[in-house]
Design a protein around this ligand. Structure first.
Ligand code: G4P
Length: 522
């Protein structure tokens, strides 16, 4: 058991859209031979459908909204790559995925450096102390100087860079990398169409100097400089998330991808004991436990069902075992456990800490719920982000109200939107709350396509939400620029406020009023 857990590497890629996350995912899986040819995972608009891009809306827009887990074997390790939505409007979803990983790969475009979405996601990793490996991508194209990129990372996010490879040739003229551990060079040769792993040639320093003269010497000089400043990999500091190993490559040519996999296997942490609600860590080899980090319905039109994705935290999961649902104390049968790989599903018979189990038709489970065998355990709930966009939703055909209600419940369970209600607005017109407006688009699209309910959306002018109490609701009832509703998910009373000036005015008028901020958008 402990041996199986120690083999697991569970990580996610954090990046800004267009940095190359889909390309890198594809290249990683290709190296590990999980898929036969390039193009099977990656699918932007106009390309082949993919395994991680299954929803029609994603294909139309060329973005990845939903998260799936990709598992593959590499060397003697089992790698679990959890996909995160690329679009900023789905940052709450991404946050949940990041609660289920042990490590993150921060992917940067060599020409762009740190971009806004990368910074946001990095903050989530920092908050959770997730160790971060940095991969600087697109080195085959003109970009910044490598030292300038390291400097930007250290200056802006305070993470000390400890490169494990170093590029030979400036961005745009990429010959290969120095492997800092051996001092030799790995030369990359682009394979036609990037369809197979990059061809690598290993050169000793003398051979590299002969072939790449000035570029090689420059790389060696820069590395000497780094050594002088103590920029050497330090396992403890990396695990404490204060340093980041850095690698250079070009995902599109599969260059540097094998090195990334090696670093994951050799340095990334295996699953660690996870603290429960009381702060007690449950040992990895304790009986099975895990928590739901994602719920997804109707992933495949031919299987209309709901899947709860569970990250295993301790023990061995065996399909068919009856576990306890910690929230209700009820038994939960796991007969339909699956491994979900985009559109494809395979029955999963066993899983270990770090793995992701897809439980089919798990309608009793909600995001954040704990499942366990043996002694009781309950993992901390997953926080929701503060919504910043609000809209009233109505079914345009009132005869479809039942389906409308079922659809709304489903979207709420999946965390696609938060659902708020008040007596004043009535049951037929719930208010949807979202971190980003694209969540509304997905919600209405799915109601139409999956539930057959056309809807209309009326945007509300509020821009912030604060938690209040019954006294606050009564006080605010007659105020303008504010409205109090109850959130379905947890019965929290939320005051929706026009803007920060209105909020300030309310606070100064009613100093005793409860108006607490919700978890800020990380
Ligand atoms: P994302 O998932 O992070 O949004 O990015 P994605 O992989 O879709 O990559 C975005 C664009 O960057 C794609 O180009 C992709 O080919 C390109 N790209 C990814 N990695 C590299 C790299 O190492 N070098 C270079 N030069 N380009 C890279 P596109 O024009 O949007 O699509 P395509 O038609 O070229 O595939």
């Amino acid at each position: 058991m402990a041996g199986q857990a120690a083999r697991r590497r569970t990580f996610a890629v954090i990046s800004h859209p267009d940095a190359g996350k889909s390309t890198l995912t594809e290249a990683l899986a290709l190296h590990a031979r999980a898929i036969g040819e390039a193009g099977a995972v990656h699918g932007k608009a106009g390309r082949n459908a993919t395994v991680s891009d299954w929803m029609a809306i994603e294909r139309q827009r060329g973005i990845s909204i939903s998260s799936t887990a990709l598992q593959f074997a590499y060397r003697d390790a089992v790698i679990n790559l959890l996909d995160t939505p690329g679009h900023a409007d789905f940052s709450e979803d991404t946050y949940r995925v990041l609660t289920a990983v042990d490590c993150a790969v921060m992917l940067l475009d060599a020409a762009k450096g740190l971009e806004p979405q990368t910074l946001k996601l990095f903050e989530v990793c920092r908050h959770r102390r997730v160790p971060v490996i940095t991969f600087i991508n697109k080195w085959d194209r003109p970009g910044h100087e490598p030292l300038a990129l390291l400097d930007e990372i250290e200056r802006r996010i305070g993470l000390k860079c400890t490169p494990l490879t170093w590029p030979v040739g400036i961005a745009g003229q990429f010959h290969g990398v120095v492997d800092r551990r051996t001092g030799g060079m790995v030369r990359f040769e682009r394979s036609p169409g990037g369809a197979t792993a990059a061809i690598e040639e290993h050169l000793a320093p003398a051979g590299a100097a002969e072939r790449f003269g000035p570029d090689w010497h420059r790389a060696v000089e820069e590395l000497d400089l780094l050594t002088l400043t103590g920029a050497d990999h330090d396992e403890a500091a990396f695990n404490a998330a204060t340093t980041t190993p850095v690698l250079f490559g070009a995902a599109v040519a599969n260059a540097g991808v094998r090195q990334l996999l090696d670093v994951l296997v050799e340095h990334a942490p295996p699953p660690r004991p996870r603290p429960d609600t009381d702060g007690q860590a449950r040992a990895i080899d304790a009986p099975f436990s895990g928590f739901v980090f994602k719920i997804q319905a109707n992933m495949n039109p031919s299987h209309r069902d709901q899947i709860a994705f569970v990250r295993v935290c301790s023990g061995r999961f065996e399909r068919g075992m009856v576990v306890t649902h910690a929230t209700t104390g009820r038994p939960f049968a796991t007969k339909y456990a699956q491994q979900v790989f985009g559109r494809d599903r395979e029955t999963l018979d066993e899983a270990y800490p770090g793995d992701v189990v897809g439980l089919v038709n798990a309608t009793a489970l909600a995001i954040g719920d704990t499942l366990h065998a043996g002694p009781v355990v309950s993992y901390p709930p997953l926080p929701s982000f503060a919504p910043e966009h609000f809209a009233v939703l109505r079914a345009t055909d009132s005869s479809k109200f039942k389906r409308f209600r079922r659809g709304i419940e489903q979207l709420d369970a999946e965390g696609i939107v938060q659902v708020l209600r008040s007596n004043a607005r009535g049951d037929q017109a719930p208010v949807l709350a979202a971190v980003g407006p694209m969540q509304f688009e997905v919600a209405t699209y799915r109601l139409t396509v999956e539930f057959g309910v056309p809807t209309e959306l009326e945007h509300l002018p509020y821009r912030m939400a604060r938690r209040t109490d019954p006294a606050g609701r009564d006080t605010l009832q007659t105020e303008r620029g504010v409205e109090v509703l109850t959130r379905d998910r947890d019965n929290a009373l939320l005051a929706l406020v026009l803007d920060k000036w209105r909020l300030r005015a309310l606070v100064s008028e009613y100093p005793r009023l409860v108006l607490e901020p919700l978890l800020a958008d990380a």
